[in-house]
Design a protein. Structure first.
Length: 145
């Protein structure tokens, strides 16, 4: 059982953090670019056939294997895969959860003006990921923002 009494995070502190975030990630496009740069840091390897040559895919920042023609998007196999929340908003939730480990989903929902349950479910996913994969390259980069 958890016995930490979750203290409310200082509101101004969160507001400032969100401003910093917004300066760095102005659009969904910048979020995709960020994901792509982490995902293919060591170069492209097709997850279907292992081929390393690719061409541009149909969607922004996606890559298409030149051998099996399968497309890989920057969000595939990440926390953001099939995420119903707009990417930049989902980024904010991950960012706040990494920066303020004690932040509650109700505080996030107030800050982002979203339904608490939506924040709760996604934050739960983020927390599970933080717990089980400390070395997750994306979460690692998030903690440096
Ligand atoms: Zn392939």
């Amino acid at each position: 059982m958890q016995q930490s009494n979750q203290k409310e995070i200082d509101q101004p502190e969160v507001t400032v953090a969100l401003q910093n975030f917004s300066n760095r990630f102005k659009t969904d496009e910048s979020c995709l670019r960020f994901l792509a740069s982490i995902k293919w840091k060591e170069g492209f390897v097709c997850s279907h056939c292992g081929h390393i040559n690719y061409c541009k895919g149909k969607t922004q920042y996606s890559r298409r294997c030149t051998r099996c023609k399968k497309e890989a998007s920057p969000t595939a196999q990440t926390l953001f895969h099939r995420c119903k929340i707009p990417l930049r908003t989902a980024f904010k939730i991950v960012y706040l959860s990494c920066k303020f480990p004690d932040i509650t989903s109700s505080a996030i929902s107030r800050q982002l003006d979203m339904r608490q349950m939506t924040c709760y479910h996604f934050q739960k996913k983020v927390k599970e990921c933080l717990k089980s994969q400390r070395e997750d390259p994306i979460l690692k980069e998030f903690s440096k923002i």
